[in-house]
Write a protein that binds this ligand. Structure first.
Ligand SMILES: CCCCC/C=C/C(=O)SCCNC(=O)CCNC(=O)[C@H](O)C(C)(C)COP(=O)(O)OP(=O)(O)OC[C@H]1O[C@@H](n2cnc3c(N)ncnc32)[C@H](O)[C@@H]1OP(=O)(O)O
Ligand SMILES: Cc1cc2nc3c(=O)[nH]c(=O)nc-3n(C[C@H](O)[C@H](O)[C@H](O)COP(=O)(O)OP(=O)(O)OC[C@H]3O[C@@H](n4cnc5c(N)ncnc54)[C@H](O)[C@@H]3O)c2cc1C
Length: 666
């Protein structure tokens, strides 16, 4: 029988202080009581699968063993999920994402199958193509990934070099990787796991290039798993994180696939080689838009994980005295610690709220596209780019801040913070590199600014530019609503400055592209300011909306958090607000005090707030962040699992140290 341990006394006291119903907040964050129940039920089933328990912690396994263990456990997870979904409802993607952590400490080698392979068949395939591949892919009779990036090109996808040349005689495409730089490089699961992939390649018909398109390609034999003739495939080797994601490379040599394997929901190639253009060639990039939206939700979860670990640890950890003769203080009582940690909680809420409305906007665009309407696509692209960029970057900064807030113990692999960081920092690059995505949004902002100057009606997310042009600089007040307006004024001011900078360079005789490059630091700053205004505005709106449907005690805490987020960013960007809004020095002094007040108001609820994220110990996998707070005992227990502690004297002593010491003796 498993031993039941006492909960750390500090955590018991913290939980008694909490002023709101933790369960109510969990339901709210999950999107309803039913979702929470479903999630807990599934996590509970996983908890009791003996084969999912690791005898040796993953960190002590070799690269190869770690991968093999990850495949073993992912297969079990998939089977458990299938059984669950046969009896109950289909699990929500967010609940599956969370549960994955209970099984694999790092990234699953099947990550790209569910994350991009299946969605691309749905988003880019015709009904016939979906009928052919979706059932097999969903049942995992075929396992796939998304192979777009090459050694030579990741960002500039129009520059991809893999070719798909149509042969009308045989009604096939011939895939080739002409140079080493044409090799696909990075796709998750490609290394040794998948047997299929979506390959993005340059289409050629009768010697003419038709741009990049997605193709379904079987790369391994379904029985032997050996690469098919004409395929060169393998794993790219260890990285900073993503240890079990099995990222791979792939090259083609005259590899033939049938015509029906080009995903043809948008553009088509007819039997005789006629190319039929789609409604908009950028629809080929559709899966990336969906994943960018989802990254906002991933960022919310990673921030919640780090906050849970660091807040619980800060409640348990005592270090130094505030006053002589008094006991050492819980480190959570240092204001600087609260400054590091409470923003982590608020940021997770900000991202969850943002994801809620952004996902709805995404669904609306998908619905419209089905009716051949694409009016809202540019706005969605601009929003998904800057919000992916900002949420992943903020999450990276916050996870690292939480790690540092745990002092030396945060550096232990067993705290799980290094692995969470490895994940979050990868998201800053994948699915569109940070700067590149900010510049995509900037492109949209420049057009929006021009439209605003021309007096046109703007899309909702940039409508604030019109207000700003009308000189709608209302008198400053230190209220969340007016501060959000202030952020919009900063964004509008920076957008105008970047626009003017481009114009200045053009007037001085530069090409528009060179002028763009010369103004690009200002452009990314404008894009960042726009993201912050969107995040603060959306978070505030969603909080006001939900506050009316929750208990007054919870509404109060949610209000403290959103205010903290807004005031934190006001103080972080005070210089910009002083330049571009009506805020005064005195207001900043008032807001500094307000910020300290908010930290004090949140302090009694800090542990309750992270408990409400409801991240089980099995998912958190952290010696510092477990629910019972047995930090020191767990650190010691984990240390004892080191293979170096399994024998009193390691053989290296006899082999190397002993002769070395003998020789060194005076
Ligand atoms: C489950 C999670 C797994 C995570 C693991 C990771 C997976 C991956 O990383 S998969 C690979 C992801 N790769 C990328 O994200 C590549 C990033 N690059 C791009 O997306 C594009 O190259 C680009 C957008 C940076 C540029 O594309 P390009 O074709 O060169 O476009 P232009 O610059 O000429 O024109 C831009 C024009 O097109 C509009 N646009 C661009 N993308 C989209 C889109 N997705 N949807 C709608 N519209 C789009 C853009 O707004 C411009 O419009 P105009 O200003 O009106 O010209
Ligand atoms: C962990 C991980 C998993 C991945 N998984 C997949 C996957 O499953 N499938 C897949 O296809 N790909 C995958 N990728 C690849 C990923 O999508 C690319 O690495 C990413 O899009 C960035 O492209 P790049 O590597 O070519 O960077 P580069 O574009 O070479 O970036 C290098 C630098 O150049 C700058 N730069 C580039 N272009 C511009 C510009 N126009 N203006 C200003 N600055 C610019 C960037 O800002 C950056 O500072 C993965 C990557 C990682 C790290």
């Amino acid at each position: 029988m498993a031993t039941v341990h006492k909960i750390n006394e500090d955590l018991v006291k913290e939980r008694q202080k909490c002023t709101f119903n933790v369960q109510e907040l969990t339901y709210l964050l999950d999107g309803g009581e039913e979702v929470t129940k479903e999630r807990r039920e599934f996590e509970n089933i996983l908890r009791n699968v003996k084969e999912l328990q690791d005898e040796v912690p993953e960190v002590y396994l070799s690269h190869k063993e770690r991968y093999e263990n990850a495949v073993r456990k992912t297969c079990i997870l998939q089977n458990v999920r299938n059984d669950f979904e046969k009896k109950r409802e289909v699990l929500s993607p967010r609940n599956i994402f969370r549960a994955g952590y209970a099984v694999i400490k790092d990234v699953s080698p099947f990550f790209l199958h569910n994350g991009m392979f299946v969605p691309t068949i749905i988003g880019q395939g015709t009904p016939e193509q979906q009928a052919e591949w979706l059932p097999k892919a969903k049942a995992m009779a075929i396992i796939g990934t998304y192979a777009q990036t090459e050694l030579g090109h990741g960002t500039f996808i129009r520059g991809l070099e893999t070719t798909a040349t149509y042969d009308a005689k045989t009604e096939e495409f011939i895939l080739n990787s002409p140079k080493v730089t044409s090799y696909k490089w990075w796709p998750g699961g490609l290394g040794t796991t998948v047997n299929h992939c979506i390959t993005v390649a340059q289409l050629y018909i009768n010697g003419k290039k038709y741009g990049i398109h997605p193709f379904i390609v079987q790369i391994r034999d379904l029985e032997t798993h050996k690469p098919l003739p004409g395929i060169k495939v393998g794993e790219i080797g260890p990285k900073m994180g993503f240890a079990t994601a099995n990222n791979g490379f792939l090259g083609f040599q005259n590899f033939r696939i049938p015509r029906k394997n080009m995903l043809m929901k948008n553009a088509q190639v007819l039997k005789d080689g006629t190319f039929v253009k789609g409604m908009n060639e950028k629809l080929t990039y559709g899966t990336m838009v969906m994943v960018r939206v989802n990254i906002v939700s991933d960022s919310a979860f990673h921030t919640a994980m780090a906050a849970t670990i660091a807040v619980r640890y800060a409640a348990v950890r005592h270090q130094s005295q505030l006053k002589a003769k008094e006991p050492e203080v819980q480190i959570i009582d240092y204001l600087t610690q609260q400054h590091k940690l409470f923003i982590a909680i608020a940021t997770s809420h900000a991202f969850s709220n943002t994801y809620t409305w952004l996902y709805q906007a995404y669904l609306k665009v998908v619905e419209d596209l089905g009716k051949q309407k694409q009016d809202h696509l540019p706005e969605l692209h601009a929003l998904s780019c800057c919000l992916k960029a900002t949420s992943s970057r903020d999450a990276g900064v916050i996870v690292e801040q939480c790690r540092l807030a745990c002092g030396g113990h945060g550096y232990m692999a067993s705290s799980n913070l290094p692995i969470i960081y490895g994940y979050t920092t990868a998201a800053i690059t994948y699915e569109g590199e940070h700067t590149v995505l900010l510049l995509q949004t900037a492109r949209y902002l420049m057009k929006a600014w021009m439209s605003a100057l021309e007096g046109k009606v703007l899309a909702p997310s940039v409508a604030y530019l019109v207000d700003w042009l009308k000189s709608d600089k209302q008198r400053w007040q230190n209220t969340p609503e007016v501060i959000v307006k202030g952020f919009q004024h900063v964004a509008a001011g920076k957008i105008k400055d970047a626009f003017d900078a481009i114009q200045k360079h053009v007037k001085a005789g530069k090409d528009y592209e060179d002028a763009w490059n010369l103004a690009s630091v200002q452009l990314i700053k404008a894009s960042e300011a726009h993201s912050r205004a969107i995040l603060c505005d959306g978070y505030l709106r969603e909080t006001v909306r939900t506050s009316s449907s929750v208990s007054p005690s919870l509404a109060k805490v949610l209000n403290h958090l959103v205010q903290l987020y807004i005031v934190y960013w006001t103080l972080e960007t005070a210089g910009d607000l002083l330049v571009y809004s009506n805020i005064g020095k005195d207001d900043i002094a008032v807001l500094k005090e307000k910020y300290e007040e908010l930290l004090a108001l949140i302090r009694p609820n800090a542990v309750g707030l992270v408990d409400a994220f409801d991240i089980s110990d099995e998912i958190l996998q952290s010696t510092l962040g477990s629910y019972d707070g047995r930090v020191y005992e767990r650190l010691m227990e984990e240390a004892m699992k080191s293979p170096l502690n399994k024998e009193p004297v390691n053989q290296s002593f006899h082999k190397y140290l002993k002769p070395f010491i003998k020789k060194a003796k005076l």
